[in-house]
Design a protein. Structure first.
Length: 222
């Protein structure tokens, strides 16, 4: 591979890694004031294609932020993702098992499967972790780590390791993320009371559509 092509691929993979980390931070916990301010100050693309439409919604919501914004978002996060106060209906719990098991329960086959994927790369979660491992933020963080390691392999000239990591990205995307995240995004749009989280759902789904293409292109370029 020519150095120019290698540099270009490294830049693409750095952007992919950063986007996975961004999405992980959006779903992991309620946002802090610092996160809200940082996001509000970012230059976000607002075109109609893919993630841009979602960014436009998020940017417009944050344009009207005030002293109550953090609390408003925290309440919406708790209601939609933690199902707080919802005793007869699930909203959009961010766990793969809930979406892929027949009885919509936590800690099912999907959880065991993602743990095996993590451990295959020696990426087990801390011993004191109490959140099911198939939480969306963990799955996004895992993909970010796979991309990071692929970039390191590419930089080292280890094409076999790079190809292996691209294959792992493809498999994890197809078997896990693509299997349930679009449905989660549909539920977030249906149940979120803030346009912010509806925009985040649009960004997420748009990114996954792009990522489906980018994984293949990254593998073919090696």
């Amino acid at each position: 591979m020519e150095q120019h092509d290698r540099d270009e691929l490294a830049a693409v993979n750095a952007a992919r890694k950063g986007f996975y980390e961004f999405l992980a931070s959006m779903y992991k916990l309620e946002l802090t004031d610092e996160q809200i301010e940082a996001l509000a100050k970012q230059e976000l693309p607002v075109d109609a294609a893919y993630v841009g439409a979602g960014y436009g919604i998020v940017k417009e919501y944050l344009r009207h932020r005030d002293a109550g914004t953090r609390q408003e978002l925290a309440v919406d996060y708790a209601r939609v993702f933690l199902c707080a106060g919802m005793y007869e209906q699930l909203m959009a719990p961010p766990y793969e098992s809930v979406y892929t098991s027949e009885e919509h329960l936590l800690m099912q086959d999907a959880r065991d499967s993602v743990v095996a994927c993590y451990l295959d790369e020696e990426l087990g979660l801390p011993a004191d972790n109490t959140t099911p491992e198939d939480h969306l933020s963990f799955e996004f963080q895992f993909m970010a780590k796979l991309v990071e390691r692929a970039s390191a392999a590419l930089e080292a000239g280890d094409e076999a390791r790079y190809a292996e990591l691209c294959a792992k990205q493809r498999a994890f995307f197809d078997e896990h993320l693509a299997a349930w995240v679009p449905r989660l995004c549909t539920d977030v749009r249906a149940y979120a009371t803030t346009s912010f989280y509806r925009g985040i759902a649009d960004i997420t789904e748009g990114f996954l559509e792009l990522e489906d293409q980018m994984i293949g292109q990254s593998a073919q370029a090696a």
